[in-house]
Design a binder for this molecule. Sequence first.
Ligand code: UD1
Ligand code: UDP
Length: 368
Amino acid sequence: MKKVLVVFGTRPEAIKMCPVIKQMNTHKDMECKVCITAQHREMLDQVLEIFNVKADYDLNIMQPGQTLTGITIEILNKFNEILEKENPDIVLVHGDTTTSFAAALSSFYHNISVAHVEAGLRTYNMHSPYPEEFNRQAVDLISELYFAPTKMSADNLIKEGKDEKKIFITGNTVIDALHTTVTDDFVDENLRWAYGSRLILFTAHRRENLGNSMVGMFEAIKKIANEYRNVKVIYPVHKNPKIRDLAHKMLSDAENIRLIEPLNPLVFHNYINRSYLILTDSGGIQEEAPSLGKPVLVMRDTTERPEGIEAGTLKLVGTDSDNIYTETKLLLDNDFVYRNMSNAVNPYGDGKASERICSILAEYFKKQ
Ligand code: UD1
Ligand code: UDP
């Protein structure tokens, strides 16, 4: 029996790895062990609960105000022991977080193969997103198998000279997750509050946006909320205290903006489905919203998800306050522009990415 050790630590990794774990548990010839680093705590736990996934190991590393160095050191120290105890045939990591980087590095030091889910995304700008661009490139340097979500991401890997035989286009497992969460009859108190208005869903959390850029984003949304009384804004605020303090200081007195706690993905995906438009600096939301036909203004200067830009549902608006305000206004005022951006397109596959990943792993093990 071959053993796969799946490791992740933050909310987005969990949302995209739970479908893979569930699929792997249906394979009789593969044993799946799950290790969470808990780089995030509450935001991770609420995902595990909703997908009913239990971890075999919990490194429980999260600290308030944690630094990149601190996260990396903690994981290198603690994951080491798990690798020695379990000695897996392969370690599965996801995306671009410091958890993924440190777990991959630790596996490399133990001569244990790494498979990378969501491989090949690139901006080729080491500072945007920071430190994620480094993390994902570093993981791809040492991976044995690359699960690229799209042809574009696979092409990046090929251009970098990675072995084509190790690259597989699988689709993105976030679509697998979306297929289990969105329902047309979903309703709750926040959606009742927004009923009859145009709902803007807002999120912001990127490390490189902390400080002035985030102030600018908040100023822009506040101006929009003041000007458009038929708009309601829901902003589930990230648990990072630096973000929470600023968000509450700047936005809590606006009566058509609701600052709420992070939502579990089942609820959040249904909010996407009911929103008029989305303002975000998130990566994952750029993948989810196009398939639900929701325009996304991406408050970043770069994106590693050009598929949505090409499809027309995403627009990069940077972090300048005036620009975010102007672009949001355009979408609210101009029906033609709005309709052009709200075509449902899904560049990220058919919801069977997890199935493909598990079949590829099974084939890989047969050849070992
Ligand atoms: C991390 C990832 C980022 C990803 C994001 C998803 C890195 C370097 N960054 O960034 O790629 O987009 O997660 O949200 O890996 N906190 C809590 N409770 C939680 C979660 C976070 O209190 O459940 C607070 C802690 O004080 C923590 C801070 O948030 O110190 C920041 O968390 P951290 O994981 O360092 O960075 P993120 O910005 O969340
Ligand atoms: N998400 C969630 N609850 C929220 C906000 C976001 O479940 O309150 C989900 C969202 O649907 C997406 C993922 O979290 O799947 C994105 O995570 P985040 O924006 O924190 O990180 P990124 O994708 O930028 O790494």
